[in-house]
Design a protein around this ligand. Structure first.
Ligand SMILES: CC(=O)N[C@H]1[C@@H](OP(=O)(O)OP(=O)(O)OC[C@H]2O[C@@H](n3ccc(=O)[nH]c3=O)[C@H](O)[C@@H]2O)O[C@H](CO)[C@@H](O)[C@@H]1O[C@H](C)C(=O)N[C@@H](C)C(=O)N[C@H](CCC(=O)N[C@@H](CCC[C@@H](N)C(=O)O)C(=O)O)C(=O)O
Ligand SMILES: Nc1ncnc2c1ncn2[C@@H]1O[C@H](COP(=O)(O)OP(=O)(O)OP(=O)(O)O)[C@@H](O)[C@H]1O
Ligand SMILES: C[C@@H](N)C(=O)N[C@H](C)C(=O)O
Length: 458
């Protein structure tokens, strides 16, 4: 972004600012002094600590102005301060103002799983014809979405923004900030079900993404999910469905996969053959969502084919890596929940290998009272004839460990406390050979990426 400080003050309805602010240009916004660039507006937020205490760091890093909570005892030295009731709310207000100013088309994407992958795929296809800005990494909540909006530049034509939630009402709030022209729901799983109790209530919360949809907006959703098809009847906007079933307006056929890519055809044009550099039928579903969005913006299918062959995928989403001993590592460690684990285990079981298939599964968090049964329920996705070695990590995975007793010989079934990741890494190092495939999947909070880093470091 580029804005005069005086314009930012007007956007925040701050009166009587110094004329000198007309000559101060702000070219970035950040809430972390360790990451902000010279010329930035610093936004002090409260986490474990209070961001206000890092104002000197922000000034040293080149901040040219700062938001400042009216609750602070005194103003900061040596930097223009825009005094506001709440810096987070001010960040959101500024983002809404800036979105209106740039006025891009907005594609908003949510879903229990697949938001980030679909966002990356969608942005890649749309970029073949438009100037696109997309959510970086997983910046998808009440802080991340405003940051994404403020990351646009004056010639941004389409904003592809990921909207996350783990409580009712959050998507309603975010949808009304971004006011999408296109709202996408990838699927309904069990992510954060601890705070919803049922998938029905997760679906209710996901449908909130349509609350900010523009008058002439389009709602694009996974038509294979009954929880969505039934709720879509209440949505007045134009709609478009994608999925594996031929009842969808866009569906895939002739799906073929190997260990590094998956190809498929679509009903819109049988002559087109798509390839994605990922495994898993679920990633075909994500690609269908992206293709569906692209047709809303009249992108040629040939351009969609090209874009999906090679696109910039955010790390740790079913990502192939090379292990130190020559093994292939499938890193899927950003998050985890039952549907995702079952699907990625099914993909692993079908992946060709000269050696063994090894699954390293960490706890699935935020499942609430269903945690035990959902962890035990993974036993049906593990077959020693397909996945020879199983390593389980975390308190909840102890339930699966017990459930697999008798199905796996104890010499091929291993259990670790979440605090024993170093022990797990060394045991894996000792076991793995160059011909093996190793899948690692766990919730973010288990930090299985530390094991991935150990297995892949040069
Ligand atoms: C407020 C904040 O910045 N939090 C980030 C901060 O957390 P922490 O509590 O550790 O902050 P500190 O106490 O260290 O510092 C306080 C503030 O001071 C700043 N600061 C610190 C040191 C310094 O030298 N200079 C400084 O300026 C600092 O920046 C703080 O502002 O740090 C963590 C580690 O980096 C961050 O993770 C934390 O970020 C929070 C979680 C956040 O919300 N970040 C957003 C930008 C974001 O979108 N993060 C996404 C993950 C979002 C997510 O999990 N989404 C869920 C669904 C939505 C759930 C929603 N209810 C939610 O709350 O998230 C999903 O399932 O996808 C990401 O980072 O990937
Ligand atoms: N369509 C899908 N259906 C089921 N599981 C999926 C789907 N897409 C991705 N996954 C699984 O979810 C993992 C995370 O994918 P991705 O990051 O795209 O989801 P997300 O919704 O952005 O997650 P988060 O809520 O953490 O942002 C993948 O590595 C894969 O295991
Ligand atoms: C980290 C956040 N995006 C998330 O998905 N949390 C759940 C609990 C997970 O990590 O599986």
């Amino acid at each position: 972004m580029k804005m005069q400080l005086s314009e930012i003050a007007r956007a925040l309805e701050i009166q009587d600012v110094p004329d000198a602010w007309n000559d101060i240009e702000v070219n970035n916004v950040h809430f972390d002094s360790r990451k902000l660039l010279p010329g930035s507006l610093f936004v002090p937020l409260k986490g474990e600590r209070d961001g206000h205490t890092f104002i000197k760091n922000a000034v040293d890093a080149g901040a040219v102005a700062t938001l400042w909570s009216k609750d602070q005892a005194e103003l900061p030295d040596g930097i223009p301060a825009l005094v506001v009731d709440d810096p987070l709310q001010a960040l959101q207000t500024l983002a809404h103002y800036y979105l209106d100013k740039i006025n891009p088309k907005v594609v908003a994407i949510t879903g229990s799983n697949g938001k980030t992958t679909t966002k990356d795929m969608t942005a890649a296809i749309l970029a073949s014809q438009f100037n696109v800005v997309k959510t970086e990494a997983n910046f998808n909540n009440e802080i991340g979405v405003p940051m994404t909006i403020l990351g646009m530049n004056s010639n941004t034509e389409i904003l592809v923004v990921e909207l996350g939630m783990d409580r009712p009402g959050q998507l309603d709030f975010l949808s009304k900030i971004v006011q999408p022209d296109t709202a996408v729901i990838t699927m309904i799983g069990e992510a954060h079900i601890e705070f919803f109790k049922t998938r029905d209530r997760i679906a209710d919360a996901k449908m909130e993404i349509t609350h900010g949809l523009k008058e002439d907006g389009v709602f694009i959703y996974n038509g294979d999910e009954p929880l969505l098809t039934e709720r879509a009847k209440e949505v007045e906007a134009d709609q478009f469905t994608f999925g594996m079933q031929s009842s969808n307006q866009l569906y895939a056929s002739n799906i073929e996969g190997n260990d590094v890519e998956t190809s498929f055809s679509i009903n819109l044009d049988a002559d087109k053959r798509f390839e994605i550099p990922m495994i898993g039928q679920y990633n075909v579903t994500n690609a269908l969502a992206a293709i569906a969005v692209s047709q809303n913006y009249h992108i040629k299918l040939d351009d969609a084919v090209k874009a999906l062959k090679h696109f910039d995928l955010t790390k740790n989403r079913t990502e192939w890596l090379d292990g130190r001993k020559g093994e292939r590592i499938l890193s899927d460690v950003y998050n985890s929940n039952p549907t995702a684990v079952k699907l990625v285990l099914a993909s692993l079981a079908k992946t060709e290998t000269k050696g063994r298939r090894i699954a390293v599964l960490g706890d699935m968090l935020e499942l609430g009272e269903q945690a035990q049964s959902m962890h035990e329920g993974l036993k049906d996705s593990l077959d020693p004839n397909e996945i020879e070695e199983v390593f389980l990590v975390g308190q909840e995975m102890n339930n699966l460990y017990k459930a697999l007793d008798g199905k796996y010989d104890e010499s091929h079934l291993h259990y670790y406390q979440a605090s024993e990741l170093n022990h797990l890494s060394s045991d894996l190092e000792n076991l793995i050979t160059a011909d093996d495939i190793v899948l690692l999947k766990a919730s973010h909070g288990i930090h299985l990426e530390t094991v991935v880093n150990e297995l892949t470091k040069n």
